[in-house]
Design a protein around this ligand. Structure first.
Ligand SMILES: NC(=O)c1ccc[n+]([C@@H]2O[C@H](COP(=O)([O-])OP(=O)(O)OC[C@H]3O[C@@H](n4cnc5c(N)ncnc54)[C@H](O)[C@@H]3O)[C@@H](O)[C@H]2O)c1
Length: 247
């Protein structure tokens, strides 16, 4: 513990699932966390539990589909004078045939899964560049490297996030900023996977906290370490468990 002491981190999707596990783990590691989610009551509940234990977490209710709210989130974190870690976890999926994918569904998925990470990267990059330090973690998916039927909008958003991240890795490398994408690597039991995973996949479900170590490790990277990678969070967390990292 204490690996992220004094580091300022933004975590999106922090009310539920993987984002909540990352928020808790970052807080336990000593980070100053700005936790964002659209489900305000759940976010406040989770953050209150942490602040009551003395952890340094601020809830920032944010609809990531709305540009002004994304900007406010970035500004709140930047008021600390720096942002060390940007962790874009929030995401959503709607399984639809192409002809049933309305413009509204397409825009909602692309805005949350791809535009919001772009807006947040753009907002924090100048401070990271000035500090010549930082780590950006964009949560992708297997759907960022292969196609799945009924997931055109979701796959497009995750392939887009891969493209954004690959390009940004090259752009930020000279400034000592690590940029990676992360796929959970194992079916992870969350509200999203309750809807999307088959009975077979449910038999091998992992809990979000079991992959949280990977997010801590990535938060500490520089371009000399893990950088410009599509990281398998389960494999990395297993490796870290063997090295004695606690869960
Ligand atoms: N669970 C898995 O096995 C799995 C597999 C592949 C990829 N992922 C990715 O992991 C990430 C986290 O997903 P999860 O499984 O924890 O799902 P989840 O549904 O439990 O969590 C997603 C979070 O994003 C938030 N969110 C959704 N729309 C938002 C908006 N407009 N503004 C702000 N927050 C919003 C939700 O409220 C929720 O808290 C996603 O990017 C997802 O694509 C998950």
């Amino acid at each position: 513990m204490g690996r992220l002491k004094n580091k300022v981190a933004i975590v999106t999707g922090a009310a539920r699932g993987i984002g909540r596990a990352v928020m808790k783990r970052y807080a336990a590691e000593g980070a100053i966390v700005f936790a964002a989610d659209v489900v305000k009551d759940e976010l406040m509940f989770e953050v209150n539990l942490l602040t009551q234990q003395g952890f340094l977490v601020t809830a920032v209710p944010t609809n990531l589909a709305i540009e002004d709210e994304v900007q406010t989130l970035a500004e709140q974190a930047l008021s600390q004078g720096k942002v060390d870690v940007l962790c874009n976890v929030a995401g959503l999926i709607e399984e639809k045939l192409l002809e049933d994918t309305t413009n509204e569904i397409w825009n909602r998925i692309l805005n949350v899964n791809l535009r919001a990470p772009f807006l947040l990267c753009r907002a924090v990059a100048p401070a990271m560049k000035a500090a010549r330090s930082g780590s950006i973690i964009n949560v992708s998916s297997r759907a960022g490297s292969e196609g799945f039927a009924t997931e055109t909008a979701y796959c497009a958003s995750k392939f887009g996030l891969e493209g954004l991240s690959r390009a940004l890795s090259k752009e930020l490398e000279p400034f000592n900023i690590a940029v990676n994408t992360l796929t959970p690597g194992a079916p992870t039991h969350t509200a999203m996977s309750e809807v999307t995973y088959s009975e077979e996949m449910r038999k091998i479900w992992k809990e979000p906290k079991e992959i949280a170590s990977a997010f801590v490790h990535l938060a500490l990277q520089t371009p000399q370490g893990i950088h410009d990678h599509y990281v398998n969070a389960w494999d990395l967390s297993e490796q870290l468990r063997k090295e004695g990292w606690e869960q």
